[in-house]
Design a binder for this molecule. Structure first.
Ligand SMILES: NC(=O)c1ccc[n+]([C@@H]2O[C@H](COP(=O)([O-])OP(=O)(O)OC[C@H]3O[C@@H](n4cnc5c(N)ncnc54)[C@H](O)[C@@H]3O)[C@@H](O)[C@H]2O)c1
Length: 461
């Protein structure tokens, strides 16, 4: 494999190819040697959210070296997704899977049953859309379970406060918790971070992240067909709805936002932004087609994050840090694509190359190897607070674009718009959080008009 990056599209292809051993192999990463001999090292795993990433994360878990991990329970709101995931995983890891029908749980309460099935020391995987993260994590803490949860962790201040509090609780309980911001486990980026912090490119004055591509995943939605559950339809198209995912800005751009801020070892204090819906005539989702966000750090350094979902516009998918003495290419292509490199010039100039990474290990596997070795060796490992910080940073940039206002960290945290009230009480019969109007449209951001909230909810008559 040339790059450790697995674009979301590949994950979807993987899920579609459920049952194909080749597809699972494609997601298997390079493993680090197992170093510790605990007495009974078998670790049970439960998967909550059996879509593309959930299947990939379970594959990473079952690929960790040493005493095998065992998948013992699965939960999803969709029977079909659960079955597809189980079939794909069975094709590659049959000996490590023991999920009979009575440990397959369908429904919003499935997460509880799946976690109840784990013995102490087990790991719960949370790979649903983010709206459910705090609900699931709260229960894992109650049960004393270790967790791997996917990014982003929150999209509104209400959930951020919940997750910050839960992060503290989980640290107090010494739970080991990994968060799917896999850049942090890219060995190339770890070395780059050391070099940047060591002054190789001088003081950082500007960072840039670009995620510009055509329509991606479920970020564009045409009208709800009008039959079946509107709630489940929105969940199945979660990139379209801010309550479910924070939209394409939060879901797609968080990796660049996280690793750029990491290179500086700081989070920004505020953001201002532009963005708009240019070609959304037939689409009813809440996303913009373009976002240009300018983050400012306490020392007035800037970070520009540009995102675009447009057919025909030039694709760009990389990130850079510019310093007083040179340039760092953080991700060459993708969310964390190697090689990372540094230059003594302000542009990518081969003659000015200082360093280029040569590690090609898979960050998605590395993050699991790290989590499991922390569990086996009982070392502290908890990435939740950092994951919430990255998610708040992402959200305040999104809010600046959607409201047309400058948004500080404190403004975001003080915002009382709760995207998914009572999300912990949902049943398969619950109504959706947002209802479409007579034209099938949902409320969208109106910068400069709706200045306080990212969208105005129209109450149903
Ligand atoms: N780190 C990465 O590079 C990366 C890549 C892809 C996705 N992700 C993250 O993983 C998460 C899932 O993304 P995906 O692409 O796998 O989406 P997906 O739609 O393929 O999978 C999500 C699954 O969760 C299920 N689900 C939704 N709500 C549920 C609930 N309350 N209880 C149980 N199951 C529920 C859905 O039915 C679906 O099967 C997102 O947060 C996404 O941002 C991370």
């Amino acid at each position: 494999m040339n790059s450790p990056h697995f674009p979301t599209a590949s994950r979807r292809a993987f899920l579609k190819a459920a049952g194909s051993a080749a597809a699972v192999s494609a997601l298997a990463g390079i493993k680090i040697p197992y170093v510790h001999a605990a007495e009974d090292s078998s670790i049970e795993v439960a998967l909550v959210g059996c879509g593309g990433r959930g299947t990939g994360a379970a594959d990473n878990a079952l690929s960790v070296s040493g005493p095998p991990l065992k998948l013992v329970a699965m939960a999803d709101v969709s029977q079909k997704k659960l079955e597809g995931s189980l079939q794909a995983l069975n094709a590659q890891h049959a000996a490590k899977i023991d999920v009979p029908a009575d440990r397959q749980f369908v429904g919003f309460d499935g997460f509880k049953h799946a976690m109840d099935a784990l013995k102490p020391g087990g790991v719960a995987i949370f790979t649903t859309p983010l709206a459910f993260r705090w609900v699931h994590f709260q229960y894992a803490i109650e049960k004393g379970l270790n967790v791997f949860m996917e990014k982003p962790l929150i999209a509104d201040a209400f959930s951020a406060k919940k997750m910050y509090a839960l992060a503290e609780e989980s640290v107090k309980k010494d739970l080991k918790v990994g968060v799917g911001l896999m850049s942090r486990h890219s060995k190339a980026m770890i070395e780059l971070h050391d070099r940047v912090q060591g002054g190789e490119i001088g003081d950082i004055i500007l960072m840039r992240g670009y995620r510009m591509a055509g329509p991606l995943a479920s970020a564009f939605s045409e009208k709800w067909p009008g039959t079946g559950s509107e709630l489940l339809w929105q969940i199945s198209r979660f990139h379209s709805f801010l309550w479910a995912s924070g939209g394409c800005y939060s879901d797609f751009y968080i990796h660049h936002i996280d690793h750029c801020c990491w290179m500086k070892d700081a989070w920004p204090v505020k953001a201002q932004a532009v963005g708009g819906r240019h070609y959304r005539y037939n689409y009813v989702d809440q996303n913009f087609d373009s976002y240009g966000v300018e983050y400012t750090f306490a020392d007035n350094t800037k970070f520009l994050m540009d995102g675009r979902c447009m057919v025909g516009a030039v694709p760009m998918y990389n990130s850079f840090a510019q310093g007083t003495k040179g340039l760092a290419v953080i991700s060459k292509n993708g969310d964390c694509g190697t090689p990372s490199s540094t230059y003594s010039s302000q542009s990518v100039d081969k003659d000015k190359l200082i360093w280029q990474s040569n590690d090609t290990s898979n960050p998605y596997q590395n993050e699991w190897d790290t989590l499991i070795s922390a569990i086996r060796e009982n070392r502290p490992h908890n990435e939740v607070k950092r994951g919430v910080d990255a998610s708040v940073t992402t959200s305040l940039g999104r809010m600046a674009a959607h409201t047309g206002q400058e948004v500080t960290w404190d403004d975001f945290m003080a915002c009382d718009q709760v995207f998914a009230p009572d999300v912990d009480k949902l049943t398969l019969e619950s109504p959706a959080f947002l209802h479409c109007d007579a034209d099938g449209k949902y409320p969208v951001p109106q910068p400069g008009i709706s200045k306080k909230y990212e969208y105005e909810v129209v109450k149903q008559a």
